[in-house]
Design a protein around this ligand. Structure first.
Ligand code: SF4
Length: 363
């Protein structure tokens, strides 16, 4: 039994209690689809033409109680149609085709719901064999990585969790286990995903150093305000040693960094908590990403309807500037001149408190 087994996150509402499964018939016919359906034999099945277009799951924009119920009780089973590994070059070399999208958690700043309606429950893709086959061929085509970069010194890094949280996806299906198994045997490539949830089941997957888990961390007080339904920060830190021992490469994402009065002091305490909470083996392989908050006007409007206290820290026109995104949305980020100063302050704090922890990527 792993030391983490007794520390599963206590939730007033369970993270998942699947009562309805919306399914594309072709997905239900596949072996993975059948496995997922058999996990919840009492769930109602509702056939849908496409996992993208299920209006009743989009959720009422202002009613978070309804989103949370949908996130808890609904699951979508679909087929991932377009298989591409998108070049990235920042956190990872490539974004792998998703094996899931959506999330059972509900962070107030999350960009994921902007794509698929506000409640955005988990969609699991059943055509895992096509996805892993595509990835294997893609990895083979790259050959050896010619030179180190900020993603990794030797391996091509594939982000496998851009649109979901893989630790929670692994509660639903063996897709994440299959990906860990695939990368375990790839000498030139590695999987990587960020997570805000501690799932002890992942400890049994024997990743042999070829899967990088990035635990997202922020000061606990802020996490309680904005990281809704996630594992407590102390649990995420406590998990790090266990995941290193189990064969994962474990890194941390300091993200999002939210600037408030006293933010640097709060982060100093968090970094100290991290330093105190992990052993040398974890420290020797640690690296970090630092991502300052970006927010979005539309999400701000929605959040005002259910979580105005979060908006007091996320929406700061006195500190932020607008930037129109490629898809025409109005995003905000800290003013560039000030952000550079914040970044320098933050990086100095990291190097002082965690001198063994390089910052791989700061944004
Ligand atoms: S855990 Fe990640 S994907 Fe899920 S709501 Fe939070 S930020 Fe979004």
């Amino acid at each position: 039994m792993h030391g983490l087994a007794g520390r599963a996150t206590a939730q007033a509402v369970p993270l998942l209690d699947i009562k309805r499964i919306y399914l594309e018939p072709a997905a239900a016919e596949l072996a993975r689809g059948q496995e997922i359906l058999s996990q919840w034999p009492d769930a109602e099945h509702i056939e849908v033409a496409s996992h993208w277009n299920i209006p009743e799951l989009s959720g009422d924009e202002g009613n978070v109680g309804r989103w949370v119920r949908i996130k808890t009780e609904a699951l979508v089973l679909g087929i991932k149609k377009s298989l591409t590994a998108r070049p990235n070059g920042r956190s990872a070399d490539f974004i792998a085709p998703s094996t899931a999208n959506g999330c059972a958690m509900a962070c107030a700043y999350c960009y994921v719901p902007r794509r698929k309606g506000y409640s955005n429950p988990i969609t699991a893709f059943a055509n895992i064999d096509q996805i892993t086959g595509y990835l294997e061929r893609h990895i083979r085509r790259q050959g050896a990585k010619p030179a180190p970069n900020q993603c990794d010194s030797a391996a091509w890094v594939y982000d496998i969790g851009e649109n979901s949280d893989c630790s929670v996806d692994a509660l639903i299906s063996a897709n994440v286990a299959d990906l860990v198994r695939l990368f375990r045997d790839q000498p030139t490539a590695k999987a990587s995903f960020a997570t805000k949830y501690v799932n002890p089941d992942l400890l049994d997957l024997d990743p042999r150093g070829r899967t990088r888990i990035r635990f997202s961390l922020m000061p606990e007080r802020m996490a309680k305000l904005v990281d809704i339904r996630t594992s407590p920060i102390a649990h995420r830190i406590a998990a790090i040693d266990h995941f290193v021992e189990a064969g994962y490469e474990v890194q941390v994402n300091f993200s999002p960094v939210i600037v408030t009065d006293g933010w640097l002091q709060d982060w100093a305490e968090l970094l100290q908590q991290l330093d105190d909470g992990i052993h040398d083996m974890a420290k020797q392989q640690l690296a970090a990403e630092v991502i300052f908050l970006t927010h979005n006007e539309q999400l701000h409007e929605v959040n005002l309807g259910w979580h105005p206290r979060a908006e007091e820290v996320l929406w700061r026109p006195d500190l932020q500037e607008f930037k129109t995104s490629q898809n025409g949305q109005r995003n905000v980020r800290y003013r560039s001149f000030d952000k550079r100063r914040y970044q320098h302050q933050f990086e100095a704090l990291v190097y002082e408190t965690l001198p063994y922890c390089p910052i791989r990527y700061a944004f």
